[in-house]
Ligand binder design. Structure first.
Ligand SMILES: [Mg+2]
Ligand SMILES: [Zn+2]
Length: 203
């Protein structure tokens, strides 16, 4: 029987972005030492898994295509995150990565540059995970912090959960994006979003 799944974005959803206060730039973690699990994430994942949801990660990681980080560093960081979650009692059934970027960047791996079907907002990673894990897509969720996560969920026929901090409107990922589909649920942290999902009546 098909199971219900929760597909999770990585950066800004499970772990924090990395801020360099000196340079004033924000990048994604590319070394295991940079992994900072966001407040509420472990608790939210435990509650969702405890309710029978299978957990998986679907993440865009264009750093190697842009020439910013070696692909091996991205893989090591992803593995370290899955290990970290397992140590906290949270099992991740699968992790899907889109390594591509449409334009790439200086020094980027040419094999990773160009259009693809997996980079969110495209639904390729979500549909592949749903197939591999035998998920009931209409009863499964994609949870992320960006409009592309919501759009990917919609394109895959899944429900959409958005992590957003309503107290910081200037950072709202939906700001100025009038055409975007709305998420089914939104909350500032994963534990609060999990509570909303689990409070829904089962159809
Ligand atoms: Mg994100
Ligand atoms: Zn891709």
């Amino acid at each position: 029987m098909a199971r219900r799944g929760i597909l999770l974005d990585r950066d800004g959803t499970l772990i924090d972005v990395v801020r360099d206060p000196e340079l004033g730039v924000v990048v994604t973690a590319f070394h295991p030492d940079q992994i900072r699990v966001l407040p509420g994430a472990i608790e939210g994942l435990r509650r969702l898994a405890g309710a029978g949801f299978l957990l998986a990660i679907a993440t865009n990681q264009p750093g190697a295509a842009k020439g910013q980080v070696p692909w091996g560093a991205i893989e090591r960081t992803n593995r370290a995150l899955v290990d970290r979650l397992r140590e906290a009692g949270v099992a991740i059934a699968a992790l899907a990565v889109c390594p591509h970027h449409p334009e790439g960047g200086p020094g980027g791996d040419p094999a990773l540059i160009g259009p693809c079907d997996c980079r969110k907002p495209k639904p390729g990673m979500l549909t592949a995970l749903a197939r591999d894990l035998d998920l009931d897509t209409a009863a499964s969720w994609m949870i992320g912090d960006a409009p592309s996560d919501v759009a990917a969920a919609r394109a895959a026929g899944m429900r959409a959960g958005l992590i957003m901090d309503g107290r910081r409107c200037e950072l709202c990922p939906l700001r100025g994006e009038a055409d975007l589909p709305c998420p089914d649920r939104a909350a500032p942290r994963l534990d609060l979003l999990a509570a909303e999902i689990l409070a829904e009546p089962r159809g």
